[in-house]
Ligand binder design. Structure first.
Ligand SMILES: [Zn+2]
Length: 188
């Protein structure tokens, strides 16, 4: 089971979070840019180029049961256009990006937050989402002991969670393995 980058976002769900405005932001990594360290990359870009910092979210998903929002920073250039200068973790030309200034207030130790949400009404999925969010809190705080503890809890829930995810995966849904393929063309 792995997260994938969703091509289609759950629009009505994002509307409920007031995150309906999804922009396609082109990715042009700076030289020596580091994956994940988007805040550092944007700052070094802005040392030599005009523009400003723009906070927001990008997305990953687990099958069609969990969506994860990742705090992300891009450049807002003088014309008001957005540009991502961070090397992506998957081969991508653009990010689906939702601007949200409040992400700036959630930065801890220069680390950007993630937020996981259940897309289905199911107890096991909700438990896993809770663990994902707990684990992110430990990551932000650099709490290695906390991370290990949550890792074990996630492992304990693993088999039941996988069974639940399979139950919710339709043949045309993105596969829960994270391949990005439809389930019917993947883990059947
Ligand atoms: Zn698969």
């Amino acid at each position: 089971m792995n997260y994938h980058i969703p091509t289609k976002l759950p629009k009505s769900f994002l509307d409920k979070l007031n995150l309906g405005l999804v922009l396609q932001v082109p990715i042009e990594p700076i030289e020596l840019g580091k994956q994940i360290y988007c805040l550092d990359n944007v700052k070094s870009y802005l040392t030599y180029n005009p523009g400003s910092i723009k906070y927001g979210w990008i997305f990953s998903a687990l099958g069609s049961v969990v969506i994860k929002l990742h705090g992300h920073v891009v450049v807002k250039d003088e014309s008001g256009a957005f540009l991502c200068v961070t090397p992506p973790e998957a081969p991508l030309d653009y990010h689906n990006f939702v601007p949200d200034d409040s992400v700036g207030d959630l930065v801890v130790n220069r680390r950007l937050p993630t937020r996981a949400f259940a897309l289905v009404d199911n107890k096991v999925v909700r438990q896993m989402v809770e663990l994902e969010n707990k684990s992110d809190q430990a990551r932000l705080n650099g709490d290695k002991f906390g991370l290990d503890k949550v890792y074990l809890e996630k492992k304990r829930l693993g088999a039941e969670f996988l069974g639940t995810v399979k139950k919710y995966t339709g043949r045309n849904d993105p596969c829960y393995c994270g391949s990005g393929k439809k389930n019917k063309q993947c883990c059947q």
